[in-house]
Design a protein around this ligand. Structure first.
Ligand code: DGJ
Length: 571
């Protein structure tokens, strides 16, 4: 009897602890948003990624992690290098991984590990030397001319077995040392997968697969999801006659982009098998990152077949266990890139972005505009250690805002703002209220606005928390609130000086007569602090000069703050 009781207790305890583990990190759908939840609460990764060689020594980690904590990060993205964890074939050494987790805990950081396995920026430089030297056993891909590249073949079972065995052991180690505390919250599988120099592998194995039929699974997927496919893919398939069986060139036409689709299918299939093995050891969310196909380059000129937006359906079909495809942003066109990766079937996470002062406002844009789950400048250890560094100020405010941002994700009540010297203005509309949002330097009162200085980007987020109540947060923005009636009125030369008088050479008279109707005024503007439970505490009341005598709300380019704005109507 006693033994049976004990057995039941043990079973119940195990069941409870498995349940608890599962419950700690999970995905949640809220309206149009997908949220990453930790301990039951949606979490935003206010993160940074370490430079490639900064996590290979524990002394560096010990030096860097406290700095990251002081910078206000809550998460760090850290390479886990295959060559370091399996220096001798079949012999694993996870000492460094364990130390990274311990240091992260000591500095209140969560960790996302980046598995630098078979591929890192297309290449196979992180594979252990015993793997590199055995090129017959672990073959490389080839160009059309037969030149081998230092890129392990995704068609080779031996490559997969070696890479996935190490990955599985790594995940098993994480399960053993971290499944209770769950400092590690997500895993990136490989890094910037993709073929360079050639759009696809031209080895005999690859050539023969390229000539064979497109797998039935993919053809069925294309037909089933025809209405939701990425516009690029449906166009390509349609142009080639929308056939439902045949070789890759029969289905998609003959060009380098078909080579890319073929290669994407095989890379993604490889990744799916990696994820399955990894998750069987320890079930954490897993994602892949992509180098962008920018500056009019063709597949092979950029890493062909990576997890790119136009290939999302190929990746989804071949790798359904992936949580998301994430863009690494180093090129111009931030607004465009982020829009490409926030899709109905892909939550936005920026695992890498060039480290620069504008990252502070860009982070706000990612969370405000796209319900992003995280933002992470690259080589974060190089950020200046100053409380005035924009990213430090930004993360401090975003950390405060986390309960409010996550409350409003996916509900059409939140927008992001991002302005520079060219894109200076955005109009938002909710109900009958129009928000005219601009870069702070469109107010010409600060010398830097007009003396030829390069404007820092201005940006933030706006949340409509009630019909006549808003939260505005960020840096370098100014917002006027107008009713529909007054917005229809056009005025000329209505530039006002800081004192509210007509600026030199301008008139403040309307060109049209007022036709009646209500106007919107500011009833109360406060700078606020958001408490951990999402409630607000007023820091100071803003009025007079700080609201241009009731005309607008604003946050200067040197500040990051949160404003609570209440509106009223008058006639
Ligand atoms: C993108 C890669 O993913 C990173 O690991 C790093 O190589 C940066 N590019 C550039 O330094």
């Amino acid at each position: 009897m006693k033994t049976r009781y004990l057995f039941l207790l043990v079973v119940t305890f195990c069941f409870m602890s498995t349940q608890a583990q599962e419950a700690k990190i999970r995905w949640n759908k809220q309206g149009t948003a997908t949220q990453l939840c930790i301990d039951g609460k949606p979490y935003l990764l206010l993160a940074g990624e370490l430079g490639n060689s900064s996590a290979s020594s524990i002394n560096d980690i010990k030096r860097i992690f406290p700095k990251l904590h002081r910078l206000g990060l809550n998460t760090v993205l850290v390479p886990a290098s295959w060559e370091l964890v399996e220096p001798k074939e079949g012999e694993f050494d996870f000492t460094l991984i364990t130390s990274i987790i311990e240091e992260a805990r000591a500095n209140r950081l969560k960790v996302v590990f980046l598995w630098f396995g078979a591929w890192k920026n297309s290449m196979s430089c992180y594979t252990p030397i015993w793997f590199k030297k055995e090129f017959n056993k672990y073959p490389r891909v080839q160009t059309e001319e037969g030149k081998p590249l230092e890129i392990a073949s995704p068609f080779s079972e031996a490559v997969f077995q070696a890479d996935s065995r190490a990955f599985e052991a790594f995940m098993q180690h994480l399960a053993e040392i971290d499944s209770q505390k769950q400092t590690v919250i997500m895993i990136q599988v490989e890094n910037e997968i993709g073929m360079l120099e050639s759009a696809r592998d031209h080895s005999p194995t690859a050539n023969s697969l390229f000539k064979s039929e497109v797998p039935l699974t993919l053809m069925k997927y294309l037909q089933k999801h025809e209405k939701e496919l990425h516009p690029w893919l449906i166009e390509k398939w349609s142009k080639a006659g929308k056939k439902i069986h045949g070789s890759w060139e029969t289905i998609f036409g003959k060009d380098p982009y078909t080579d890319e689709i073929f290669m994407a299918w095989h890379y993604a299939s490889y990744v799916e098998r990696m994820i399955k093995k990894g998750k069987a050891a320890y079930n954490l969310p897993m994602y892949v990152n992509a180098a962008m196909n920018s500056r009019n380059r063709k597949p092979g000129e950029y890493p062909s077949a990576g997890p790119l937006a136009h290939l999302i359906d190929i990746w989804h079909c071949a790798a359904p266990s992936l949580s998301l495809l994430a863009p690494d942003l180093y090129d111009n066109g931030f607004i465009g890139w982020t829009a490409q990766y926030k899709l109905h079937n892909n939550p936005l996470f920026i695992p890498e972005i060039k480290l620069e002062p504008n990252d502070g406002v860009r982070a706000f844009y990612v969370f405000g505009e796209h319900d992003g789950i995280g933002f992470s400048p690259f080589s974060i250890e190089d950020a200046p250690e100053s409380p005035d560094y924009p990213l430090a100020k930004s993360y401090q405010v975003l950390q405060e805002l986390m309960p409010v941002i996550t409350q409003y994700q996916g509900k059409e009540a939140m927008k992001g703002l991002l302005f520079d010297q060219t894109e200076k203005k955005r109009i938002l509309k909710w109900g009958h209220t129009t928000l005219i949002c601009r870069h702070f330097f469109t107010l010409p009162w600060d010398k830097r606005a007009t003396d030829g200085s390069l404007w820092p980007e201005g940006g933030g987020l706006v949340i409509r928390i009630a019909e006549d109540e808003y939260l505005v947060a960020g840096s370098g923005i100014v917002i006027e609130f107008k009713s529909e009636d007054e917005r229809r009125l056009t005025t000329v030369n209505q530039t006002l000086g800081e004192d509210g008088f007509a600026a030199e050479g301008s008139s403040i008279r309307s060109t049209q007569n007022w036709e009646g109707g209500k106007r919107i005024g500011l009833s109360q503007v406060s700078e606020v602090h958001i408490n951990a439970d999402g409630s607000m505490t007023e820091v100071r009341r803003l009025n007079g000069d700080q609201t241009h005598q009731g005309r607008h709300v604003r946050i200067g380019v040197d500040d990051f703050s949160i404003l609570h704005v209440k509106l009223y109507e008058y006639k």
